[in-house]
Design a protein around this ligand. Sequence first.
Ligand SMILES: *Cc1c(COP(=O)(O)O)cnc(C)c1O
Length: 370
Amino acid sequence: MKIGLSVLNYQFELYQSEYEAAALRVLRSGWYVLGPEAEAFEGEFAAFTGTKYCVGLNSGLDALTLAVRALGIGPGDEVIVPANTYIATVLGITENGATPVFVEPDEFYNIDGDRIEAAVTSRTRAIMAVHLYGQTANMPTIMAVAEKYKLPVIEDCAQSHGARFGETMTGRFGTIGCFSFYPTKNLGAFGDAGAVVTDDEALAGKIRMMGNYGSRVKYHNELPGVNSRLDEIQAALLRVKLSHLPELIAERKTIADRFLAGIKNPRLILPKTRDGADHVYHQFVVRTDQRDEFKAYLADSGIDTVIHYPIPPHLADCYKKLGHKKGDFPRAESYADQVISLPIFNDMTRKETEYVIKVCNDYNGKTFEY
Ligand SMILES: *Cc1c(COP(=O)(O)O)cnc(C)c1O
């Protein structure tokens, strides 16, 4: 059996007539940027997350970069960020000339709330929390530290659309929540797209202005802005998918529950969910100290996998000038050596799930014989 990592056309086919109607509506309207679809999506997504304002942008990276910039963070400032995240989280900081201060992850692969306080200095200007793989970070602890030091919290929700902690949805805890709608995300568009959500009207207005060439009134440019606007076609398609997101998340959770119940191999460490947190399984990540052998074994069995992520940002070539070395964040580094993401996608069949479980359970530590 051949199992790819994620299959995107299923979501299109499932709601095909709705997507086609939405796209045609925009094509025929003659209005493609800064129009009624983006405005409607912003209202619907704000309501979904429980926030007051949403501003549609071009990408998740733009959301992070403009969130940091709108908070007035720049050269000489520090932003606390998990040491195990996708590079875009860190780029949102360094694009503004600010310095990322890395903090080790906890056993749930999110920033370790108990280690944040030790990273706070007189130059700290914000805490960035990432809800990695779809599990909510330890928001009660993070918010308590933020409150103590009066620091804004930026949430990177690129992998956590719809995930809650207690009753509260990600994006609503901090000052600003940043979302990506890249096609493979749980709420994926059909191209690049992103957004921020916030309860702060002034901040929302500022980010909207920055993303529109720094102008609120056409040709009156307050700041040297950028071009980052959610276009009408993506907005119309995202409205369709958003209306189905709860059932798509439920399906992912069902598949993950099958993995959790079925995979019983002492060589593999399965994902755990913190009490009170929620997991929407953007990725189903297991860990093993024989990761590369296990990956080759799965490939030989027809199962595609990906490593999220093989090099922690502090060791990335692009961040050499930060002066970090191997051993600075041993936990993040060992996760980078051990993690592997199993296939999980909407419409993954029972047969496919059972096959992945069987192959995982048959892994005996040898390079392979399947
Ligand atoms: C995908 C992703 C981003 C970046 O989103 P883009 O829309 O691709 O720019 C940022 N942070 C995390 C954690 C992501 O997974």
